[in-house]
Design a protein around this ligand. Structure first.
Ligand code: GLC
Length: 505
């Protein structure tokens, strides 16, 4: 078995035994606290949204601090990007016991930016397009979670912190605390569970507890909720700490309106719940360097943002008017994103001098609605029903105002990216939107409204458009403020460090 990590540590110990001074770098490796992220996606390998970005950027930020040996484990999906895959190193394979099954699992490794990534390979479960949406997703992620437990033994890597993200990784925390905790090597491991979105809980029929998830009847109470298996509930109960992705959302999910049925469980576990605001990777989202943009610019020298706007208008066949505000949305087109409010007030808003660009995919009712709106308001409204990262960056850089009126938003990253590219964010005060965007009237970096209704959204759109039109100097100042807001991980990764160190003390 190839195992770079173990042999490194043995070499250091051997040298110590012979009273030879150990090289400082290797001593540091041994002294570092070990963190293993378990997640179903991570940028840059595979991404369907915010979860992947957070796994990619938070692990990098933590690794930079030198306190932690950070590793991430993911399923080896078919769609893992080829340019990375070709450099994966095969470490070996093992068989994963899952109820009555014994399934092959190959293990690959890749290192970048101080983070070690592992990929669990099983073609039956993961050689399929995309990440989710299969009838056997429960079994696929049960296999993955159970493989994580076995791979730790294979690598001889027993982390101090096992940090599991969302329901797909919930079973890793559950297996750890109900089955593997009986083995001495696993007993010191502390489990942290992060809720990125409480809407998706991993709910299954109780019949498959033993047969599919391989969980003994004695743990039924831990994972049972509302007469079903609820994997998120199980992970909340099992983990020593639970986090979610903004302080406001941590409060909100104690209430029925936001918790999708789990509020009693959240309230009961509130003593171990913290909300830590996500960050974005400032190098990845940098208008000064982004090669997707028509031109680059900075907060200090934003002149080229006008070029980005003119080129964007040209690309979409909109009149190239520098003084007409471009209002944009880049969003999944689903109800939770506040699209019913947009629907109710956008035509009223379109009576003003503005252009409106929507990019996203989602529910067909919304896709059709925006396509129809664009047909009816040609030269004023553009709807691109697809998702394309390159195009999204062109939109962020060319837009003046960015709408995000979500009904609920655990954190949201688009408002941060938009702000960094100088598109002033207009958000509803909920979850991470409330924690990252403060109202202009109170000296903040964007526009906000509180109550979920179309009248309030319309009012604040008009407020923003009126400032844009009537006070160019104030608008420029606001753009600068938005661009200069610190959305990096610098503060938030410190909170995770504190949490981890508190748990392993
Ligand atoms: C989920 C949430 C989103 C959050 C992201 C990363 O996608 O819906 O608000 O930003 O996870 O934590």
């Amino acid at each position: 078995m190839e195992n770079a990590n173990i042999s490194d540590i043995e070499i250091v110990k051997g040298k110590k035994g012979r009273f030879e001074p150990a090289p400082p770098a290797e001593v540091t490796v041994e002294a570092k606290k070990k963190v293993l992220f378990v997640a179903s996606e991570a940028a840059p390998f595979i991404s369907t949204g915010g979860l992947a970005e957070v796994i990619g950027s938070l692990s990098k930020a933590l690794a930079r601090s030198d306190t932690f040996d950070v590793r991430v484990i993911l399923p080896l999906y078919l769609d893992i990007r080829k340019e990375y895959r070709k450099d994966f190193r095969y470490l070996g394979n093992l068989y994963v016991p899952l109820a009555w099954r014994n399934q092959y699992c190959g293990i690959f490794e890749y290192k970048a930016d101080g983070v070690t990534y592992y990929f669990a390979d099983n073609e039956y479960y993961f050689k399929r397009p995309g990440c989710y949406g299969y009838y056997d997703d429960g079994e696929r992620f049960a296999f993955f979670s159970r493989a994580v437990m076995e791979i730790m033994g294979f690598l001889g890597f027993y982390p101090d912190i096992l940090h599991c993200h969302d329901w797909q990784a919930a079973l890793a925390a559950i297996y750890l605390k109900t089955i593997y905790c009986l083995r001495p090597e696993y007993q010191h491991i502390r489990a942290v569970f992060t809720i990125h979105n409480i809407e998706y809980q991993g709910q299954y029929s109780l019949d498959i507890l033993e047969d599919l998830f391989g969980l003994p009847q004695r743990v039924k109470n831990l994972v049972e909720y509302d007469n079903c298996i609820n994997l998120m509930k199980g992970a909340i109960e099992c983990s020593e700490a639970v986090t979610t992705v903004s302080p406001s959302y941590a409060e909100e999910i104690k209430q029925p309106f936001f918790a999708h049925g789990l509020d009693p469980i959240v309230r009961r576990n509130a003593f171990k719940l913290t909300g830590i605001l996500n960050g974005i990777d400032p190098d990845f989202y940098d208008p000064a360097q982004d090669s997707s943009l028509f031109a680059n610019y900075t907060a200090g020298h934003p002149e080229n943002k006008a070029v980005c706007k003119a080129e964007l208008q040209k690309m979409f066949g909109l009149p190239q008017k520098p003084d007409t505000p471009v209002v944009a949305m880049v969003s999944r087109l689903v109800a939770g994103k506040g699209l019913d409010l947009v629907k109710e007030c956008i035509e009223q808003a379109l009576k003003e001098d503005m252009q409106f660009i929507v990019l996203g995919t989602g529910e067909s009712a919304y896709e059709n609605y925006f396509t129809d709106l664009a047909n009816r308001y040609q030269g004023k409204v553009v709807a691109v029903i697809s998702f394309n990262s390159d195009l999204s960056r062109k939109i962020y850089s060319g837009a003046d105002l960015f709408l995000m009126p979500s009904r609920s938003e655990p954190c949201g990253l688009a408002q941060m990216i938009a702000s960094r590219y100088g598109a002033v964010a207009l958000v509803r005060e909920t979850g991470g939107l409330k924690d990252s965007i403060a109202p202009y009237g109170a000296g903040g970096n964007g526009f906000t409204f509180r109550d979920y209704n179309a009248g309030d959204l319309f009012y604040v759109i008009r407020e923003a458009l009126s400032l844009y039109r009537t006070d160019k100097k104030a608008w420029k100042k606001l753009v600068k403020k938005a661009m200069e807001t610190d959305f990096t991980w610098s503060t938030s990764s410190g909170y995770y460090e504190e949490l981890y160190l508190g748990l392993v003390k």
